[in-house]
Design a protein around this ligand. Structure first.
Ligand code: AMP
Ligand code: MG
Length: 412
């Protein structure tokens, strides 16, 4: 059986890259950049005032000065500041020729129609010089950068209307099982509502891809084959259930058939991890295909370990993995050794910004869906470990774990 690392290396060895597309800046947030960006212009593009006040010659102040005109933001000065004069100026307005400083309005008073500047000024005071923030030619972002709101703001400030990004891959989501019914339909005897497709759609969104709901297919080999064939329209296929050794588990056989025969589709189907041992992986018709287990927790944990990094790599993200943080386990946790384990834990922020505390949540069974919603991350337990305590590592899947209900400012 493969270890988690071996399985991950196998799936990441063959990842098709998605195409690129140009999107308007308004749609660029969160996307993965597919071009290297260099500042095309200076920011700011002209010298502007950083204050409401008066543009002056620093050599003239303090002193009383004639007022030339008022320069508002969006207007162009019509007169130069010559000795003995000043121009009233607003924040964000271009500094007139001749002026080398701006004094704040608070440091002035009007005496008749002249301005009395009460303070001295150094050359350049309260002026934003051309290119002082970003000079033309400065490298901004590399291919693979994930565009946050700061980066989008910078691109807009530099006048860029659009960017080249990776197309979001379409992820076909298919569930299997005679017992599985979509929420909204009544349950017959022995039936359950499908949770997997909905949880997976959230995981796909979170990974930066587009979910394609393909619904549920009965535990029938012909129907399963037809559903998989249709699913191969997507860039990557994820199915749930039917991948174990039960009498009605057809996914592996179907993957082999689609791959061209016995053993041709499924590259591996078991990983030494808990939860979620049965995971069928294959590369069929140029697409990664994952047969995830039906148990809801196994399904989600497997997605996070294998499918998410593949999607991020398809997108060209050079950092495709979830963050792993150090934490302190609040009380020792014991188990049977044998397989690496990913244990659902809640995180609590450490006092005074110290190491966070991890608490194992409720029931840990692979069918126990609620634990996944309650937890923020997965405690990483090595195959041979019997008791985990003290300093531990947690793979964080809920970035809101440290969010607070109180403002809690701690100024440094
Ligand atoms: P399987 O992997 O098909 O053997 O299913 C394992 C367990 O997961 C069974 O208890 C199934 O009823 C359950 N299961 C399978 N598919 C789903 C689904 N889409 N939503 C929730 N539970 C499921
Ligand atoms: Mg099943």
């Amino acid at each position: 059986m493969l270890t988690v690392e071996e399985a991950l290396a196998r799936v990441l060895a063959r990842v098709p890259a998605t195409a690129t597309e140009r999107v308007p800046l308004s749609a660029a947030y969160g996307r993965v950049l597919a071009e290297r960006l260099v500042a095309g212009v200076d920011l700011p593009p002209w010298a502007g005032s950083a204050m409401d006040g008066f543009a002056v010659r620093s050599a003239d102040v303090p002193g009383d000065l004639d007022v030339n005109e008022t320069v508002a933001a969006g207007k162009v000065p019509t007169r130069a500041v010559v000795p003995g004069t000043a121009s009233r100026i607003m924040t964000g307005a271009p500094v007139p020729d001749g002026a080398d400083a701006v004094v704040m309005v608070e440091d002035t008073e009007m005496v008749g129609d002249r301005v009395r500047v009460r303070v001295g000024a150094t050359s350049g005071m309260h002026i934003r010089p051309v290119g002082s923030e970003i000079a033309a030619g400065t490298p901004l972002l590399d291919v693979g950068a994930v565009l946050g709101f700061g980066a989008v703001g910078v691109l807009a400030a530099l006048g860029r209307p659009s960017v080249l990004v990776r197309v979001r891959p379409r992820i076909g989501l298919l569930s299997t099982g005679d017992e599985v019914v979509e929420p909204g339909f009544p349950l017959g005897p022995g039936q359950i509502w499908s949770s997997n497709l909905h949880a997976l759609a959230g995981l796909v969104h979170d990974a930066g891809a587009e979910p394609v709901y393909l619904g549920n297919v009965a535990d029938d080999p012909v129907a399963t084959a037809a559903a998989f064939r249709a699913a191969l329209q997507s860039d990557l296929v994820v199915s749930t259930g039917g991948v174990s050794v039960g009498d009605f588990d057809h996914v592996k056989a179907v993957m082999d058939d689609l791959g061209g025969g016995e053993g041709a589709g499924v590259e591996f189907w078991r990983v030494a991890m808990k939860p979620g041992k049965p995971l069928a992986y294959g590369f069929i018709a140029g697409r990664p295909v994952f047969g995830l287990p039906g148990n809801p927790v196994s399904c989600m944990v497997n997605f996070l370990q294998f499918v998410r990094p593949v999607i991020r790599t398809m997108l060209g993200d050079p950092r495709p993995f979830l963050p792993v943080i150090s934490a302190t386990l609040d009380r020792p946790w014991s188990r049977r050794p044998g397989r690496a384990e990913l244990v659902r834990v809640r995180l609590t922020a450490g006092a005074d910004g110290g190491v966070p505390t991890a608490t194992v949540v409720g029931v840990q069974g692979s069918a126990h869906l609620a634990a996944m919603a309650e937890a923020h991350g997965l405690l990483l337990v090595g195959a041979e470990t019997t008791t985990v305590s003290g300093d531990v590592h947690v793979q964080v899947y809920d970035p809101r774990w440290g969010a607070s209900s109180v403002a809690g400012y701690r100024w440094g």
